[in-house]
Design a protein around this ligand. Structure first.
Ligand code: NDP
Length: 433
């Protein structure tokens, strides 16, 4: 703890995992003998770098770039890049730590990493975003490759940014190395279905949770926070499965329509026009925009936090429980505070942590790497089918590990234990490195 006192979100993520591992530690003395927990909590490598770039007015701007290469016992480091003004070393470290377990749960051979910069893409021109991405890659290219570290997107990094990042990597290395980054455009080496993967995967996970309760998402009233990549495609899949999504948000506020939201209109506003969510009410007069509100105030059967860390606190959790919400499935990384999770676990709410429920994105990134390595291009249906299978597998693993270690039905314990055991075994096999 003394080493990381200035990184509260990292400590939060570590504490949440370690708290659930006690039954495993009791049964496996080699974990303590090998000092595995301390080794696991220390990143293999962290890189901090200067990113100088020129804005449209000709001024030179400086941002800070990060890459945490946390654990590579299962494969090359893998995890997204986040461009957001709140990014700092602690945020990247917490995300990379979570990524180790998530990647392990997918069953694929990928290690854990994460990166980003405190750059704010909001309000920047396309040219400025391009120049920033190029400047960022001017340093990052030394540390990544298809067999070393494979970045992808996250908050503020979508298909546009991945394109610029890949273009600069290609220029600097004079090589067309498709497998160095995932989330590429489908016409130049990307996988169909990657854009949809995290949102769809979260909903596939929720569908499995409902099945366990002999229920389904059909006819359920749902709320989603955020309106970015994860939120949008969670909304689309929920509607396909017959749910009614009545609210979503961005950092400016919430839109609410009891009749249900229009996916195409939202996608146009957020993905194409890159506008604020309030614009939705221009298209749909029946919807209301509530500035600075939270979607958790709205009555629902199921809630999907898909924006950012610690966006749902104890007060929000109490409101959701009181209003009859019965399922909370995390599409974002660590969106619920520890106090909120405690409230859910002590209530009727069926709660799934992000590291299991949002693993669909990295899983399809893994499939993208597989297609790149085999010079293949799978159909959307094939990728989606594989994603569905992986999410069912992760759901099943969570329940199995929870059961085996006396935490029946507890997805938090199941996900942490399942993710941990695979990494721990590999760390022991690979020796003291
Ligand atoms: P996007 O940038 O596409 O969307 C983020 C959304 O969350 C936007 O609506 C944004 O609103 C909102 N948001 C972000 N930060 C804040 C904040 N501080 N306060 C309020 N709202 C905020 O990101 P993604 O959809 O890709 O990522 C969302 C979450 O899902 C993150 O936690 C990410 O780590 C996680 N995740 C993403 C994966 C992926 O494949 N993309 C994979 C697994 C997890 P605004 O536009 O106003 O900022």
């Amino acid at each position: 703890q003394h080493r990381n006192h200035s990184e509260p979100v990292f400590l939060q993520a570590v504490q949440e995992v370690l708290e659930t591992l006690s039954p495993v530690i009791e049964e496996h003395p080699e974990i303590e003998e090998q000092n595995l927990l301390e080794r696991l909590c220390e990143p293999e490598r962290q890189i901090i770098f200067r990113v100088p770039w020129r804005d449209d007015k000709g001024n030179i701007q400086v941002n800070r770039g990060f890459r945490t290469q946390f654990n590579s016992v299962l494969g090359p480091y893998k995890g997204g890049l986040r461009f957001h003004p709140t990014v700092n070393m602690g945020v990247i470290k917490f995300l990379a730590f979570e990524q180790i377990f998530k990647n392990s749960l997918t069953g694929l051979n990928i290690g854990g990493g994460k990166g980003g910069a405190d750059f704010d893409p909001k309000g920047k021109s396309d040219e400025e975003v391009m120049r920033f991405c190029q400047a960022f890659m001017n340093e990052l290219f030394r540390h990544v490759s298809y067999k070393r570290d494979v970045p992808a997107g996250d908050i503020g990094v979508g298909a546009r940014e991945i394109g610029y990042l890949f273009g600069q990597y290609k220029k600097l290395t004079n090589s067309f190395e498709l497998g160095v980054i995932t989330g590429k455009g489908a016409s130049w080496g990307g996988s169909l279905g990657r854009t949809e993967a995290t949102g769809y995967g979260t909903v596939y996970f929720a569908e499995e949770m409902m099945k366990v309760k002999s229920d389904s998402l059909q006819g359920k009233t749902c709320v989603i926070s955020g309106s970015g990549n994860v939120a949008l495609y969670a909304l689309q899949k929920l509607q396909e499965l017959g749910a009614n999504v009545v609210a979503c948000s961005d950092s400016s506020g919430v839109i609410y329509d009891p009749k249900g939201l229009d996916f195409d209109a939202l996608r146009m506003i957020k993905e194409v026009e890159r506008e604020r969510i309030g614009k939705y009410t221009d298209v749909h007069g029946s919807a209301t925009f509530r500035p600075d509100a939270k979607v958790w105030d709205i009555e629902c059967d199921a809630a999907f936090p898909c924006a950012t860390q610690n966006e749902l606190d104890a007060g929000d959790a109490r409101k959701l429980v009181k209003n009859g919400c019965r399922l909370v499935c995390e599409g974002a990384n660590m969106p619920c505070t520890p106090e909120a999770i405690e409230i859910f676990r002590g209530s009727e709410v069926n709660f799934a942590p992000g590291k299991a429920a949002n693993a669909g994105g990295v899983a399809v990134s893994g499939l993208e790497m597989q297609q790149n390595a085999g010079l293949e291009h799978w159909s959307f249906e094939q990728v989606d089918k594989e994603l569905h299978k992986i999410m069912r597998g992760i759901h099943e693993s969570c329940l199995r590990y929870a059961e085996q270690y006396h935490r029946r039905g507890d997805y938090v314990s199941g996900a942490n234990i399942g993710g941990f055991l695979r990494v721990a075994e590999a760390m022991i096999c690979q020796g003291l490195i």
